[in-house]
Ligand binder design. Sequence first.
Ligand code: NAD
Length: 359
Amino acid sequence: MAYKITLIPGDGTGPEISEATVRVVEATGVSIEWEVQEAGLDAAEKYGSVLPDQVLESVRRNKVAIKGPITTPRGGGFRSVNVALRKALDLYACLRPAKSYPGVRSRYQDIDLIVVRENHEDLYAGIEFERGDPAIRAVSEICETNGFPAIREDAGLSLKVISEFGTQRVARFAFEHARRYGRRKVTAIAKDNIMKFTDGLFFAVARKVAEGYPEIQYEEMLVDNMAMQLVQKPELYDVLLLPNLYGDVLSDLCAGLVGGLGVAPGANIGDEIALFEPVHGSAPKYAGQNKVNPMAMMFSGVLMLRYLGEGQAADRLENAMATVISEGKSLTYDMKPSRDDPTAVGTSQVADAIIEKLK
Ligand code: NAD
């Protein structure tokens, strides 16, 4: 029986890399019925919303989705569709593997890290007050009553919120993932020496969850130290568990360790629903040029196949991609030694080369 999966091609270069990804996933032989759904700028023109209801309904029904990037215009307009999707579907865990493949240009080899980032809370919860908002005065008065300094009148305010509920479920996700894939260690990362009641709570809850997984080593690290450690000794780490803001920053650092955005896959996962997507954005300046690298979305497809329980197909696709990378021929400009390398191929030719290896 075919899996029914929602496919959101996105905008900018999204449709091109989605098309290439669909072709390589299908070439593994796994039978998939794609339910294509539009979201983003084009959907806004057609349906009056960047995230039409039918998109959410489709993902809720199928439980598994894969999407290309979606543009978020700067300065007003609408809030990010990507964030809206994660919130509306309660996708609380962001999963970002960072793995080295021979042939990808990078300062490091043999990196195999998994970043698990909490997706809803922390300073990214969006609870913010603009400078001059009377609410800031009210908060300032509460601060003063509790013996803290007043908030300056010319300040803006963003609230950092970390709960037991939010931390517990993302910590469980990290440990379950570690157990399922035979990983040896989970490192929780925060800054509890400064933020005792938010980051301190994050550590306390993660520590408690760790007790349920005695076969997996657990440790805690301060985020500033961790930034240095990851650059100096990345091989010491395995699964990294972080609150939202630190997770955002360090997951990009980890992507940088293994060759950057062109090969960085991701997933946003909740209790019942999973949405797979590349880490990079819509790279609009290259839209329609058959130019950008489809590998980040293809590796997201590998994650999706694993999530579906199609481990063999996932391994075959990953190996075919690894072979194409190590041969160094059928690669897009960003993976070549120089950006204007005349041997660079286009998005769809990368898919062709991978499909050839899958035969
Ligand atoms: P971007 O990731 O689109 O581009 C950053 C740089 O990386 C650019 O030089 C781009 O050309 C290059 N790049 C990106 N993907 C590439 C690929 N597959 N192959 C080769 N080169 C690639 O980031 P940006 O320019 O900051 O964002 C563009 C738009 O995408 C913005 O509207 C942003 O909000 C949105 N965005 C969406 C998502 C998402 O859908 N999840 C994520 C990040 C950014």
